[in-house]
Design a protein around this ligand. Structure first.
Ligand SMILES: *Cc1c(COP(=O)(O)O)cnc(C)c1O
Length: 390
């Protein structure tokens, strides 16, 4: 199994950097040195408890990477019997990897995405982070990696959010996107699981995922490339699922589409999902979304929206949805942590384009308003989805 005797090189943070270098590297031209927090010292790390904001144009946040102050790192190898024990917050910076690290050579890696929200009363909340933790555990099993416990995962996400508190956007301006990674960091030459694993968490403030903002998406239905196949790893958030669709995405973007909707690889007839979000159709009072049979990522937003829809009185179904049915739907929308609940304005398949009527109030708008209201604490969190962390 994972037990290997080879000695492994370790990922190192640039903790030997002089503090001023870290500050210069982290902030570039964004901030004056005088407004920065004190350099980090591992033994005396204190969470940043002043409410000062980072120097960001909060009104124009997109979904780009912005360097923040800190990241979290935890490692385990055969010395630890492949059990994660203790991690720590360190300054955000580059990591050092062996050229033969499992992740670099064979793509042994997983990612997650979750968000921290700042409320009007100043409270900082996470949305269902334990769901991400469980999904990482399931993915790790599939990718032959040890994984952090749910408690370790949630604690790391919490610490990363709080250490970067000044980067959490003001209420209503966006959120802090938190990106946990689990990678095979130990060296391997022959194809095998790595001898050491690293769990990393970093964060970046974000606004809207698509450059369209909240405008409806124009999806291109791809009938040449597939995202995932039966027996593959489409159902887990492995990094290996994403580079192969870049070509389909860029082809679609070049033609003015927002993103790509993939079809099942067997019949090329049933819809699966979009590159980084799940898809729903609405017909009458019924919401339907493709059933997850290993080729579709089980989105946490998907699951949450299904629950919200049910509570709001819609019929909710998980089943096969053909391309024809998609084209005849009343409404189509996408869900994901990054995109939220995004209405689809048009779908183009084999040269024909269907435009959906976008008369307010859309079902997707109702669902998204409710989700946002739960996240912002405007309606009672009867599902206990939110965790206050400050
Ligand atoms: C992350 C992701 C989603 C959305 O999952 P959420 O948990 O809702 O963020 C959907 N599809 C793919 C391919 C993804 O990578």
């Amino acid at each position: 199994m994972l037990i290997q005797k080879s000695v492994c090189l370790r990922i190192l943070t640039r903790s030997s950097y002089h503090a001023s270098k870290i500050r210069a590297a982290n902030f570039g031209t964004q901030a004056a040195a005088s407004s920065l927090p004190e350099p980090y010292a591992p033994s005396s790390f204190r969470l940043n408890d002043n409410d000062e904001y980072a120097p960001v144009d909060w009104n124009n946040l997109g979904f780009g990477l912005m360097r923040t102050d800190y990241m979290y790192m935890m490692k385990c190898g055969n010395d630890e019997e492949f059990e994660f024990k203790q991690g720590e917050i360190s300054p955000y910076g580059n990591v050092e990897l062996s050229p033969s690290a499992g992740v670099l050579n064979y793509g042994q890696g997983l990612f997650e995405g979750t968000k921290a929200f700042r409320r009007v009363d100043g409270g900082i909340f996470l949305f269902r982070p334990e769901e991400n933790a469980i999904r990482m555990q399931i993915g790790a099993e599939r990718m032959c990696m040890p994984s952090p416990s749910v408690r370790q995962f949630v604690s790391a996400v919490k610490q990363t959010a709080l250490a970067n508190k000044r980067w959490i956007p003001p209420p209503g301006k966006g959120s802090l996107y938190i990106r946990p990674l689990l990678i095979g960091s130990g060296p391997v030459l022959g194809l095998a699981p790595a001898s050491e694993y690293t769990f990393l968490v970093y964060a970046s403030p974000v606004g809207n995922y698509f450059k369209e903002g909240t405008a409806p998406l124009n999806l291109y239905v791809e009938d040449e490339f597939h995202r995932a196949a039966r027996g593959g790893a489409g159902g887990v958030k492995t990094i290996t699922n994403y580079a192969p669709v870049l070509k389909a995405i860029s082809k679609a973007r070049d033609r003015g589409f927002s993103d790509v909707l993939y079809l099942d690889s067997v019949n090329k007839r049933n819809i699966e999902e979009v590159s980084s979000c799940n898809v729903f159709i609405v017909k009458g009072n019924t919401l339907s979304t493709p059933a997850t049979n290993g080729t579709i990522l089980k989105g946490i937003t998907r699951k949450s929206v299904m629950e919200i829809a049910y509570i709001l009185g819609y019929e909710v179904e998980e089943r096969c949805i053909s391309i024809e049915e998609l084209m005849e739907a009343d409404e189509v929308f996408c869900t994901g942590t990054a995109v939220g609940v995004a209405p689809v304005g048009s779908v183009t398949y084999k040269g024909s384009r269907i435009d959906y009527k976008l008369s307010s109030p859309l079902v997707s708008e109702k669902l998204y308003s409710r989700l946002i209201a739960i996240q912002n604490g405007v309606v009672p969190d009867t599902q206990r989805w939110m965790i206050q962390i400050d």
